[in-house]
Design a binder for this molecule. Structure first.
Ligand code: LLP
Length: 443
C-alpha cells in the first residue's frame, strides 16, 4: 500500500501503525488492508473514467467484488461513488447488507440460479448480465411473473483472450462464458431479448477478456468486435444500445517485473479506442453508448499485505556450494492459493526489524501438508532470518482471501483495516470452533 514505510527501529509501518503492534493485537497470519489506499484507488478509477469518457456517453466503474468483498469494503465502494459487480447470491447478500443502491449493482455469472435471479429482480439490480439462452428464458419468465422489466446486458464472447502482455484473437471461442460472436449466437440473443420489450430492458453488450493484463491491444480487438455487433444491432433491429461494458482485467505489479498503467492513462487510451471504433461502425450517428469497466484486482490488490510469523528456518544444501533457506510461515496455500493455482509470483520482506546480515536466497513456504505450498518462490532475505520474525507479502488484496480455503482444518486469517494510526478487524479470524460448528458431531 501507498502508506507503507519503516520506523526508526526498522519495523514496517502502514498508515501509521507498526506491524509488531498489529501482530500483537490481531495475531498472524493476517491480511492487513490500507483503507485510504483502497478508497483512493477506487476514486482514481471513478474519476479517470468519468473524465476520459465525458465527451462520449460517460462511464461507470463497477468494482468486481469477486476480487475481495466484505461488508466494510462494500460500504467503501458505495461511499466512493462506484458501482458493484457481484456474481453470486452470496456477494449480492453483502451488497444488500449495506443497502448498496440496487440500480448500481450488476449481477454476473454463467449459472445463476432461479432464486438468485428472482432475488436480484426483486431487489431491482441495475443490470443482469445474461450468459446463456436458458438464462434468457428464465429472466423473461421471472420478469413477466414479477411484473417488472429486467435490465439486461448480453455477455459476448469476443474471441480475445488476454494475459499480461499477450493476447490471442481467435475466430472461434472455446470457453464457458458468453454468447459467441462468430457463430451468430450473440445476435440471436439480442433478437430474443428485443422480442420481449415488456419483460426486458435491453441495456447493451458486455465482454471480459481476461485478467492481469498490462497492454491495451487485447481491449482494442475486443472493442472492435463489440462495436461491430453494436452497429449490426442498430442496422438490423433499429436499436442503439445505450451501454457497453468492457469488463475488468487491469494488471497490478506483484513483483518489480510489471508496470501497470495508471488509471488515468488506461481510461484515456480506452476512450480513444472506443471513440475510433464506434465512429467506424454503422452505429455512428447514434448517441455514444455509456461505457463501463469492472476492475477488481487493480483496485484492491495493492492495498493489502499478508503478515506472517516465521516458525522454522531450514537450510538445504543443493551441492556445489549452493543452498537454499526454507522459511516456514504460519499460513500458506489456504490463505493464498495463487502460487499453487497459477504459479503466481510474489515478493516478501522482513517486517519486524532491519538486519545487516548478508542476503540469502530463501523460499517462503506455508504450513500445509504438500510441497507445492509455496508463498514466495525465490526471495533474498537476511541470512539471520529466524523463528519469531515477521514477514510481509505485499499485493495480496485480490483473489487471496476470496479464494481462501480451510485446507487441513486451518481457520482463515482475519482482514484488518488500518487507517490514520488505528487498526480494526473487518473480517474476523476463524476459529477451530467455527470449523467444528459445521461438522455434525453425532451424525
Ligand atoms: N468482470 C468479470 C466479468 C470478470 O469475470 C472478472 C474476473 C472481473 C470483472 C475482474 O477482473 P480483474 O479486474 O480483477 O482482473 N482468480 C484469478 C482471477 C480470476 C478473474 C475472474 N474474473 C486470479 O487470482 O488471478
Amino acid at each position: 500500500p501507498a502508506s507503507v514505510g519503516r520506523d526508526d527501529r526498522g519495523r514496517l509501518t502502514v498508515a501509521g501503525v507498526d506491524v509488531c503492534a498489529l501482530a500483537e493485537r490481531h495475531g498472524t497470519a493476517a491480511y492487513v488492508m490500507d483503507e485510504d489506499d483502497f478508497r483512493s484507488r477506487a476514486r482514481d478509477f471513478r474519476d479517470s473514467f468519468a473524465s476520459a469518457f465525458a465527451h462520449l456517453g460517460g462511464a461507470d466503474v463497477y468494482y468486481a467484488g469477486k476480487a475481495f468483498l466484505c461488508t466494510a469494503v462494500a460500504r467503501w465502494v458505495q461511499q466512493e461513488g462506484l458501482c458493484l459487480d457481484v456474481c453470486t447470491g452470496g456477494e449480492l447478500a453483502v451488497a444488500r447488507r449495506v443497502g448498496f443502491p440496487a440500480e448500481r449493482v450488476a449481477f454476473h455469472g454463467n449459472n445463476k440460479t432461479v432464486p438468485e435471479l428472482r432475488e436480484a429482480l426483486e431487489y431491482g439490480v441495475g443490470r443482469i448480465v445474461v450468459d446463456s439462452f436458458d438464462e434468457i428464458e428464465r429472466v423473461i419468465a421471472l420478469a413477466t411473473e414479477l411484473g417488472v422489466r429486467a435490465p439486461v446486458m448480453v455477455r459476448v464472447t469476443v474471441g480475445v483472450e488476454a494475459h499480461t502482455h499477450e493476447f490471442i484473437a481467435t475466430g472461434h471461442e472455446d470457453q464457458k462464458f458468453g454468447f459467441s460472436l462468430a457463430g451468430g449466437q450473440a445476435m440471436a440473443a439480442v433478437a430474443r431479448l428485443a422480442a420481449h420489450p415488456e419483460a426486458v430492458d435491453l441495456r447493451g453488450l458486455h465482454s471480459h477478456i481476461g485478467s492481469q493484463i498490462f497492454d491495451t491491444a487485447g481491449f482494442e480487438a475486443a472493442v472492435h468486435r463489440l462495436a461491430g455487433l453494436h452497429a449490426a444491432v442498430a442496422t438490423e433491429h433499429g436499436i442503439a444500445l445505450p451501454e457497453l461494458d468492457l469488463g475488468g482485467g487491469y494488471g497490478v505489479a506483484y513483483t518489480s517485473q510489471h508496470t501497470p498503467l495508471p488509471p488515468r492513462e488506461l481510461a484515456r487510451s480506452l476512450a480513444e479506442i472506443v471513440e475510433r471504433e464506434l465512429a467506424a461502425g454503422a452505429g455512428a450517428g447514434h448517441p455514444a453508448p455509456r461505457v463501463s469497466v469492472e476492475p477488481g484486482r487493480a483496485i484492491v490488490g495493492p492495498t493489502t499485505f499478508t503478515l506472517y510469523e516465521v516458525g522454522t528456518v531450514k537450510h538445504v544444501d543443493l551441492g556445489g556450494g549452493h543452498g537454499r533457506t526454507y522459511v516456514s510461515v504460519d499460513g500458506g496455500m489456504s490463505d493464498n492459493a495463487r502460487p499453487a493455482l497459477y504459479e503466481a509470483d510474489y515478493s516478501c520482506t522482513l517486517a519486524n526489524r532491519s538486519s545487516s546480515a548478508e542476503p540469502t536466497l530463501a523460499r517462503v513456504v506455508g504450513r500445509h501438508c504438500e510441497s507445492g505450498d509455496i508463498v514466495v518462490l525465490d526471495e533474498y532475505l537476511p541470512a539471520d532470518v529466524r523463528p519469531g520474525d515477521l514477514v510481509a507479502v505485499p499485493g495480496t488484496g485480490a483473489y487471496c482471501r476470496s479464494l481462501s480455503s480451510q485446507y487441513n482444518h486451518t481457520p482463515r486469517p482475519p482482514v484488518v483495516a488500518v487507517r490514520e494510526g488505528e487498526s480494526r478487524v473487518i473480517v474476523r479470524r476463524e476459529t477451530i470452533d467455527d470449523l467444528l460448528a459445521l461438522d455434525v458431531a453425532d451424525a
